[in-house]
Design a protein around this ligand. Structure first.
Ligand code: PXP
Length: 252
C-alpha cells in the first residue's frame, strides 16, 4: 500500500491571531513547524471574508512551501477572485470547496454535479496553469462522476459526517464509513486520486487512513487545538504515527 501523505491545514493558527488583531501566532511559522515535524504538505483556505488566512499569508506560504519543497494546497471557492489568487500564486493544488458566509466551517461537499457549467471552465484554466485540481465532495457516487467530468485530477472526500458520528457514538458511523470506502473505490477506478479530510482527530484517523485508495489526508482544526497542550510538532508526529499504524494493518 502506498504511503499516505499528511497535509496540515494551518487556518486556525490565523483564527487565533485574528481574534486579537495581532501579528501572532503566525500561520507561516506553523507551516515551518509542520514541515519540520513531517507534514507532507501545507493546506490553507483563503475565504472570501478573510476570517482566518489573509492574502499576505498566502503570499508568504507560497514562498516558504516552495523553499521547503513541500506542496501548497489552496482551498478555494469557485469564484473569479479566488481563481485569480490561484493563478497568481500557482500552488501545487487547488481544492475547490463550497463556501457560505454564515457557515462556521465547510459544512458539506461541493455540488459538482449541479455546478458543472461553472466549475468545469475554472477547473480547466487551473489545470492548464499546471495546478492539480481537487473537488471537495461528499461520498456520493453522482458527485464522484461529476468531479471526473469537470476535469478534476483529485477528489477530497468530506469526512466530517463520519467523524461527528464517531464522536457522538452514533450507530450510523459504520454505514457512513462504508460510503466513504465505496466512494474511494469508485473514484480510484475512474483514475482520480483520492484525498480525505474534515473533522479528523486521533480517534477517527485510523479507520480513514486504512482505506487503501486514500493517498492524502488534510487535517487542521484538531491538530491546532491539540498543539495548545502538546505543541504542534508532537501533535503532528502522533497523527503521523496513527496513520502509519493504520496503513500497516493495525487499524482501529
Ligand atoms: N479539507 C477541506 C477541503 C477543508 O475545507 C478543511 C477545513 O478547512 C479540511 C480538510 C480540514 O478540516 P479540519 O480543520 O476539520 O481538520
Amino acid at each position: 500500500m502506498n504511503r499516505l501523505r499528511l497535509g496540515v491545514n494551518i487556518d486556525h493558527v490565523a483564527t487565533v491571531r485574528n481574534a486579537r488583531g495581532e501579528g501572532y501566532p503566525d500561520p507561516v511559522r506553523a507551516a515551518e513547524v509542520a514541515v519540520a515535524a513531517g507534514a507532507d504538505g501545507i493546506t490553507a483556505h483563503l475565504r472570501e471574508d478573510r476570517r482566518h488566512i489573509s492574502d499576505a499569508d498566502i503570499d508568504a506560504l507560497a514562498v516558504i512551501t516552495r523553499r521547503r519543497g513541500r506542496p501548497l494546497n489552496l482551498e478555494m471557492a469557485v469564484t473569479m477572485e479566488m481563481e485569480g489568487v490561484a493563478l497568481a500564486h500557482l500552488p501545487h493544488a487547488a481544492c475547490l470547496v463550497p463556501e457560505r458566509r454564515e457557515e462556521v466551517t465547510t459544512e458539506g461537499g461541493l455540488d459538482v454535479a449541479g455546478g458543472h457549467n461553472t466549475i468545469a471552465p475554472v477547473a480547466r484554466r487551473l489545470s492548464e496553469a499546471g495546478i492539480r485540481v481537487s473537488c471537495f465532495i461528499d461520498a456520493d457516487p453522482e458527485q464522484v462522476i461529476a468531479a471526473k467530468a469537470v476535469g478534476a485530477q483529485v477528489v477530497e472526500l468530506h469526512t466530517g459526517a463520519y467523524c461527528q458520528a464517531v464522536r457522538e457514538h452514533s450507530p450510523d458511523a459504520p454505514q457512513i464509513l462504508e460510503r466513504l470506502r465505496a466512494a474511494a473505490t469508485q473514484a480510484a477506478s475512474l483514475g482520480l486520486e483520492v484525498h480525505a479530510g474534515h473533522g479528523i482527530d486521533f480517534e477517527t484517523v485510523k479507520a480513514i487512513a486504512a482505506i487503501p485508495e486514500v493517498a492524502e489526508l488534510n487535517i487542521g482544526h484538531f491538530l491546532i487545538g491539540e498543539a495548545i497542550f502538546t505543541g504542534l510538532g508532537p501533535a503532528i508526529q502522533r497523527m503521523r504515527a496513527l496513520m502509519d499504524e493504520a496503513r500497516a494493518g493495525r487499524a482501529a
